[in-house]
Ligand binder design. Structure first.
Ligand SMILES: NC(=O)c1ccc[n+]([C@@H]2O[C@H](COP(=O)([O-])OP(=O)(O)OC[C@H]3O[C@@H](n4cnc5c(N)ncnc54)[C@H](O)[C@@H]3O)[C@@H](O)[C@H]2O)c1
Length: 257
């Protein structure tokens, strides 16, 4: 990877929350950023905020052709792809006995198969080595009631990161993941409004507070420069991985009783 030319970065799921903070941090770190998201209007707003050298693109991680087109177009426009971040993610809540299989499949499609496709096409577009970072979760290692699809997908993503790191090392591509605990974003705000749930999270977080998108972005920037780091899933959660996950279903049932 050249240290002279600006690095070309693609942030998938970059229009909102953690991905948006990573896009801002990459731009501040000197990269040229493509903000790619299903929500292209929000991606365009962020790219405009970042400045004229940054771009927006539409992508749906459940559609392989759309991911292929994204990375081909960035390589054509910038001449290279050095950094790919996959922050696209969704979650659904429901007990295993109630959850419709199409909802389970959708979460796996976005959070696991989508990450596989981003790694696949980002790696194909990286001619001169690179860095791929996925957003995993505390739920890759801590089970949560009502979160079978999300926990399964994120646990799969942790192993996918390790396999991809092994396979892509010969091409000089490092593959890592960040596994955040609770961070207030549009993804988490709805469940955090359930009475008592946020208190329960924080009681199980030794540092006693939720994280910020900017704290996750700091780790992503570190990973882009950490030239000997690959195959790592970084627990970034105020120590929550040392304690236990709140019982979400009990909170949801109490709230709707
Ligand atoms: N916020 C947290 O507490 C937290 C904790 C652990 C892990 N994570 C993970 O971090 C990542 C970012 O989450 P966030 O909290 O910033 O959520 P967010 O909802 O703010 O952002 C997610 C982005 O992904 C995009 N997206 C969703 N489906 C897509 C698709 N099919 N194709 C393309 N883009 C799509 C959305 O449009 C949105 O811009 C997710 O993978 C999430 O699972 C979040």
């Amino acid at each position: 990877m050249s240290e002279i030319e600006p690095r070309s970065a693609v942030v998938v799921g970059g229009a909102s929350g953690i991905g948006a903070a990573i896009a801002r941090a990459l731009a501040a770190d000197g990269a040229t950023v493509t903000v790619a998201d299903r929500n292209v209007d929000q991606a365009k707003e962020l790219a405009a905020e970042l400045g004229p050298t940054h771009h927006a693109a539409q992508v749906d991680v459940t559609d392989e052709n759309s991911i292929l087109r994204l990375f081909e177009s960035v390589r054509a426009a910038r001449g290279r792809v050095d950094i790919a971040v996959n922050s696209a993610g969704i979650s659904v809540a429901g007990s295993i006995t109630d959850l419709p299989v199409d909802k389970f499949r959708l979460v796996v499609d976005v959070c696991l198969t989508g990450a596989f496709l981003v790694i696949k096409h980002a790696a194909r577009a990286m001619d001169d080595g690179g860095v791929i970072i996925s957003l995993s979760s505390l739920n890759a290692r801590q089970p949560g009631t009502g979160m079978s699809a999300y926990c399964s997908a994120k646990a799969g993503l942790a192993m996918l990161t390790e396999v991809a790191a092994l396979e892509l090392a010969p091409q000089g591509i490092r593959v890592n993941a960040i596994a955040p605990g609770i961070v207030m974003t549009p993804l988490t705000t709805p469940s955090m409004s359930v009475p008592g749930l946020e208190d329960d999270y924080l009681a199980n977080t030794p540092l006693g507070r939720s994280g910020t998108p900017e704290e996750i972005a700091d780790a992503a920037i570190y990973m882009t420069h950490a030239s000997w780091l690959t195959g790592e899933s970084l627990d970034l959660n105020g120590g929550a991985h040392l304690v236990k996950y709140p019982d979400l279903l009990t909170h949801f049932r109490r709230a709707t009783a």
